[in-house]
Structures are given as C-alpha cells and as structure tokens.
Design a protein. Structure first.
Length: 434
C-alpha cells in the first residue's frame, strides 16, 4: 500500500553532486514514489552561500544552518555531500542523534572514522549507506556488502580514481609527458586546480580503506593503506612497459594473506599486462576487479566520478534507505568480526621493474646480479642498452624480478644505489596482475 505522508529528506551540500541529486529528486519524483512506496520530499538544503542561484531549487528550502535543519523534528533521511571531515562528521552524528538515517558520499570521512559512524548508526537503529563514496555510479559497495556476503573475498584490485586514469591513459596513448597530460585533464575538468589528492593517491587510498573493510570484514583506516603517487611516472616508463606487453595504471590493491591471518592494502602505480581486463580501462573510467572464493573473478566498470554518476549512486542509496524506513528495518551495518591485522608494505609479495643507469664496462651486470642474490631476490629478465641520450660511457640496465617480499626488493634497490658502477636508479615500478 502507498503511504501518503512523504519521507522528508535534508540535503547537506549543494555543489555539483548535491544539485544533481536535487534535480533528479524533482524530475523523477513520481518514479521514486512508485519505487519506494511513499512520496519523497526535499525538505531543506543546507549550503554555505545562500545567495548563489540554484536552478530548480526553491529558495525557501535553502538554509545556512544545517544543524537546525536536522534538529527540526520532521526529517527522515539526510544526504551528506559536503565532503571533508568537518562539519560533515558532526552533522552525521547529529542526524543519528535525532533519528535520521544517512546517505553519504564522503570517502575521506568514512575512511578515517567509518567505525565510529557505523557504531553511532547501530546505537540509534539507523542506516548509514555510502555507495557513492567509492567508484561513483558503479554498483560496488552494495554488491560486496550484500551480494557477496556469503562468499570469501581474497583480493580486490582496481582503478578507483578517474583523474589519474585519464592522465596515465593519455601518456600511454599519445606519448605525452606527465605535466602535459595533467594540463589536459585540468582543461577538461577532470583534475582540480590542486590535483594533489588525486595524483598523490590520497583519494584512491581512502577508497581502498573502505573497500578493504568491506571485503575482509575488518577495520582498515586510511593510515593503514600504503600509498605512492604517480607524479614520477615518465614516458620512459611507458616505453619499458610496452616492451613488456604492459601498460601502467594507478592501482588500489587489497589482499588477504595466504594463511588468512592478515590483510594488506596499498595504492601505487604499477605495470599490468595488456591482457588483464584493467589494462583496457580508458579515459576517466573506473574499474574494480574482485576475486572471491566461490564467485570467482568479477569486474565492475563504469564512470567513477562526476555529478550525474555520483548522484545516481546517492539516489540508489536513498531508495534503499527509504524502503528500510517504511519496513521499519535497517540494512547491513559494519561487519568487522575478523579483526585481522593490516600487514606493512614490506610483507607484500610482488615484482619489481627497475631501470638503472650504469657504467658501460665489463663486470657491471655480474655486480648487479650479486646484489640481487645477496638480498634473496631472483632476477627474471635483464635488458641492457646504450643510453638514448648518447652518453658513451654509460648504459641503461633494466631488471625485472621474480616475486619477492617488498622489503627485500626495497633493500636491493638501496644496495644498488651504493654501488660505484650504478650512476643512478632511473625508475622503480611494481609489476602486478599476472
């Protein structure tokens, strides 16, 4: 039966995503009512700049006092699209204290304080949904939280930042340098004026923390995620990758240890084979590859950012939370029963691609090989060639290793830097996805 009293929604934030959420709620009101079983009404919009013209939004709904909006007594669901830690954290907590379920797109807050927010939601018998916090429009959080709840996820590897994927794709397909590709991404609106959060991997690391917690049923904070940015990736790295039949992506990689007693979470650029499904992800798209014990390998692909895609995920959560409200139930909360420790990056077993500038004389290769052997790292392939810049007494030596603990590989690189015959370590990149 259709309920006539509308479910009232407070929208906290009305930027690119928030304004699109408001537009869809208005234009698709009849469809949302039919899908939910009750009307949904936008009851208030909290903003910082009330004088700004917001097309399609009744100015009478706009307020600068988000706290008062949440406390007024008739709000059923709050949609938080402010971003950042504060005031979002305080507002979400206030919503729970006043019986309001929350839909959030706030990856940074969830990665840092997800456990406390889940606890607050559970304490008050309310929902906390956040599909839009990871990978935009791609249905990922809910399938991992619900569809795969009966399975055991062992590995998650994905491209979860569209800006960096656009930059790396342009470097690969056009031969552009990093700065040139970044400038294009900025001009097209994919990169912010300050792209640090994207290109240094902070955005991807926050998403990795959220996904790791869901995948492994344990608490993983942002500080637990190993992070490297992609600002040092060069055209020469792409040339080397192509010779290996690979490309380069900024990857979030989450793994359960073979013995099941720990997990690892990391974000860094890596070479992956062109045969891997993630290698074909182009432009600003996202894709996440999930490996589960029973389901096998699954890939989730689609636009990972932008107003409309992110709003789609927010509205999907809104429908789910509204249905729960009508049924007087709550959806799945935090599942952290395993309490697995997060191992340091040094314990990760991986491969390295190392490019060295070395003296062009006999015995150098043997000296380099001995250094690898002393650190317990086996060499897979070696390629030596003269320097492309024409320096006559130096050569370029490219070494690809077999799998070894990252600590052993890092120790090998540090030892190589100290060799008299090694003029410099031109680049270091992990090789994944094989």
């Amino acid at each position: 039966m259709m309920r006539t009293r509308p479910l009232k929604v407070a929208l906290l934030g009305c930027g690119v995503v928030g304004s699109e959420v408001a537009r869809i709620m208005t234009t698709h009101a009849d469809d949302l009512t039919a899908r939910i079983g009750a009307p949904v009404e936008l009851a208030g919009v909290a903003v910082r700049r009330p004088s700004k013209v917001r097309e399609g939004i009744d100015p009478a709904l706009v307020t600068t006092d988000a706290t008062a909006l949440l406390k007024r007594g008739d709000i059923d669901i709050a949609i938080e699209v402010i971003g950042g830690i504060e005031p979002a954290r305080t507002l979400i907590t206030t919503a729970f204290e006043h019986g309001i379920s929350v839909v959030s797109a706030n990856k940074a807050l969830l990665a840092q304080d997800g456990a406390a927010l889940h606890a607050a939601a559970e304490q008050h018998g309310l929902d906390l949904y956040y599909e839009a916090a990871v990978a935009g429009a791609i249905p990922l959080v809910r399938p991992m939280r619900e569809s795969l709840a009966g399975d055991k996820i062992n590995r998650v590897m994905g491209i979860v930042n569209g800006t960096t994927n656009f930059i790396l794709d342009k470097m690969d397909s056009t031969g552009a340098g990093y700065q040139e590709a970044l400038d294009e991404a900025t001009a097209l609106g994919y990169a912010e004026a300050d792209p640090t959060a994207d290109v240094e991997g902070y955005d991807a690391a926050a998403k990795a923390a959220i996904l790791a917690g869901i995948a492994f049923h344990t608490r993983v904070r942002l500080d637990d995620v190993y992070r490297e940015g992609m600002t040092e990736v060069s055209a020469a790295d792409f040339a080397s990758a192509k010779r290996m039949g690979c490309t380069i992506k900024l990857l979030a990689i989450l793994e359960r240890a073979a013995d099941g007693e720990s997990v690892t979470a990391r974000v860094h650029p890596a070479m992956i084979p062109l045969t891997h499904p993630l290698a074909s992800v182009r432009e600003a798209y996202n894709a996440v590859f999930v490996e589960a014990e029973a389901a096998g390998r699954l890939m989730f692909y689609g636009p990972g950012a932008g107003g409309s895609p992110t709003a789609s995920a927010v509205l999907g959560d809104l429908v789910a939370v509204c249905r729960n409200k009508l049924a007087e139930v709550t959806g799945p909360g935090e599942s952290a029963y395993t309490q697995l420790p997060v191992s340091p990056m040094g314990d990760v077993v991986t491969r390295y691609h190392i490019s060295l500038d070395v003296a062009d004389k006999p015995g150098v290769l043997a000296q380099v090989a001995t250094t690898f052997a002393e650190h317990g790292v086996s060499i897979d392939t070696v390629r030596q060639q003269g320097r492309p810049d024409g320096v006559g007494n130096e050569a370029s030596l490219v070494v690809v290793t077999h799998r070894a603990p990252d600590a052993a590989l890092s120790g090998t690189v540090e030892a190589l830097r100290k060799l008299d015959t090694v003029r410099g370590v031109a680049s270091i990149m992990r090789v994944e996805g094989e």
